[in-house]
Design a protein around this ligand. Sequence first.
Ligand code: ADP
Ligand code: MG
Length: 244
Amino acid sequence: MLEIKNLQASINNKTILKGLNLTIKPGELHAMMGPNGSGKSTLAHVLSGKNGYEISGEINFRGENLKKVPVEERAQKGIFLAFQYPLEIPGVNTNNFLKTSLNSILKSKGEKELDTLAFLKLVREKSSELGIDEKILSRQLNVGFSGGEKKKNEILQMKILNPSLSILDETDSGLDIDALKIVAKGVNSSRNDKKSFLVITHYQRLLDYIKPDFVHVLSEGKIIRTGCGELAEELEKTGYKKLN
Ligand code: ADP
Ligand code: MG
């Protein structure tokens, strides 16, 4: 699904990722942990195709080099990124935004686009599955949403857009336990042998609800440890310092 080889990324003359290698196969869920400033969000941004980074190395998504693929096309190809700090976009209705995104994905796959009624039916179905109040979607995108509402909204977007690779950047931070469970439910109910996930998280807490196949520790732009779920538990006890 995703193969990253010797990825280096710099911005404003600062090198953040310093030779990162990562392979995620279909059906796998990888957790990326690591201290503040280790480059976790930068990795998510680079994968999503955000502008401004100088990049070397290789990123292959389903066998295709992503280097020249712009942001919107990455979404169409099935990459979804839930941001650590979701943007507030005044004047943009959340439902319209989602419908446009979904239809551009369907169109690029040569599938039939959804009309408003069919779209609203899908939204209703997915929000009730997750236990999210669908009223949130009639508001302007992320404007005045609480931290938890933004994250729940992102998970609902993920369910609706149905990507093959979902990258969640600290989707668990600042969530109360009920919202955390909604996020976990959204991920767990989407898991199957064709979909892959990269879950970036600071704390082991989310991994009590989402069981990763692999856990990586990022430090100063490199993966310094890879293990299974137990590595996250070990980190919770010892902290990141011991690994350096
Ligand atoms: P993490 O998500 O692991 O906390 P980030 O990827 O956000 O880390 O940041 C990694 C490092 O790169 C930090 O030291 C941060 O200050 C720096 N950094 C991130 N974005 C920029 C930028 N646009 N310009 C300069 N430095 C940046
Ligand atoms: Mg971050």
